[in-house]
Ligand binder design. Structure first.
Ligand SMILES: Cc1cc2nc3c(=O)[nH]c(=O)nc-3n(C[C@H](O)[C@H](O)[C@H](O)COP(=O)(O)OP(=O)(O)OC[C@H]3O[C@@H](n4cnc5c(N)ncnc54)[C@H](O)[C@@H]3O)c2cc1C
Length: 302
């Protein structure tokens, strides 16, 4: 059989592509094949062909919540940021967005149509697919409150629609994590509002974000989930870990829950620093810090 890049001449497919060029941490090893399908049919055909070749398939969005180990990812990585269509039903008050659309753009479209409910996501730098996968949230809002359905491609190549119950949202969790489905589109059910008020709320959230988060440096946002009864940033600060450097990675001096890439960090720097923080906080506070960031790929060869 032809190799996958040769078999799909119309799809952009890079071989041995550095994923550090795509991740928000600017770290990570190469993908054997990195494909940029532009529509569902292409994604479906790539998935089927990869199965025939016995290639593993990994799907990523904006790579803003991702650490790819320095050994990279074997098989096929599909990046869906070319699926971008956003449509609005002004009668039903719904917005339907393709998986690769940026959540920030979706919130702007909703605001332009005077639809309220997505303001919390105005500064979340992920894609729609990543937001559904993670049940992204901020400032008291979360995707689970507004996402009513998602169209998915199952690992078997079937396109299905999942309703809200089937998406099984929880804290930074959805059923997509359990079944390895690929999100193709999502529909958000919103409420009519006042465009100026919606914009003011989004501006306020973004100003609060800019004041507290190190947005000028590469990072993956909050590294850890919020442990019950504690604030991660506070635990890390109190343990004296804020500002700690590990290779080119550093616990942000602006927000201790973030790890920033200050000097050509590797994924290994990130992972060792994460492990160190987890160990210190466990020994000091008996609190297990679980990562919110998704860690994928292979260890580098020794
Ligand atoms: C500066 C900064 C601030 C952030 N602030 C927040 C915040 O306030 N709240 C918050 O919740 N998060 C925040 N994040 C984290 C991140 O933006 C979110 O988790 C976002 O939803 C991830 O989307 P993504 O497209 O980047 O996903 P990726 O990082 O590309 O992927 C994350 C996971 O989703 C899977 N995935 C992605 N797309 C699909 C798809 N179409 N189908 C199936 N699986 C898919 C991937 O396989 C991976 O396991 C922040 C990150 C940064 C860098």
């Amino acid at each position: 059989m032809e190799d996958i890049a040769t078999a799909f001449p119309a799809v952009k497919i890079l071989e041995h592509a550095s994923l550090a060029d795509y991740t928000h941490t600017k770290t990570g090893g190469p993908a054997d094949y990195l494909a940029f399908p532009t529509n569902v049919q292409e994604a479906k055909s790539l998935l089927a062909y990869a199965h025939q070749l016995d290639l593993d398939v990994t799907v990523i969005g904006n790579a803003s919540n991702l650490i790819v180990r320095d050994g990279g990812i074997r098989g096929l990585v599909m990046i869906l940021t070319k699926f971008k269509t956003v449509t609005v039903d002004d009668v039903a008050h719904t917005v339907t967005a393709a998986a690769g659309a940026a959540m920030i753009e979706v919130t702007q479209v909703a605001q332009a149509h005077q639809l309220s409910g997505l303001e919390f996501a105005a500064g979340i730098p992920g894609s729609v697919g990543g937001a559904i996968f993670m049940n992204a949230g901020a400032y008291g809002g979360e995707i689970a409150a507004v996402a009513t359905s998602a169209e998915i491609l199952t690992p078997e190549g079937e396109v299905r629609t999942l309703n809200q119950a089937e998406l099984d949202f929880g804290y930074r969790h959805s059923s997509i994590q359990d079944y390895h489905d690929i999100v193709l589109t999502a529909t958000f059910s919103l409420t009519p509002g006042n465009g100026d008020q919606i914009q003011a709320q989004m501006d306020d959230f973004n100003a609060r974000r800019a004041a507290k988060q190190p947005l000028d440096l590469p990072s993956c946002g909050s590294v850890f989930k919020r442990p019950t009864g504690h604030y991660t940033g506070q635990l890390i600060q109190e343990a004296g870990l804020q500002g700690l450097k590990w290779g080119g990675a550093q616990v942000s001096t602006k927000h201790a829950g973030f790890i920033v890439n200050i000097d050509h960090a590797t994924a290994t720097d990130y992972l060792e620093l994460i492990h160190h923080i987890q160990q210190v906080i466990w020994q000091r506070d008996q609190v297990r810090l679980e990562t919110e960031v998704r860690i994928i790929g292979e260890e580098p060869q020794a």
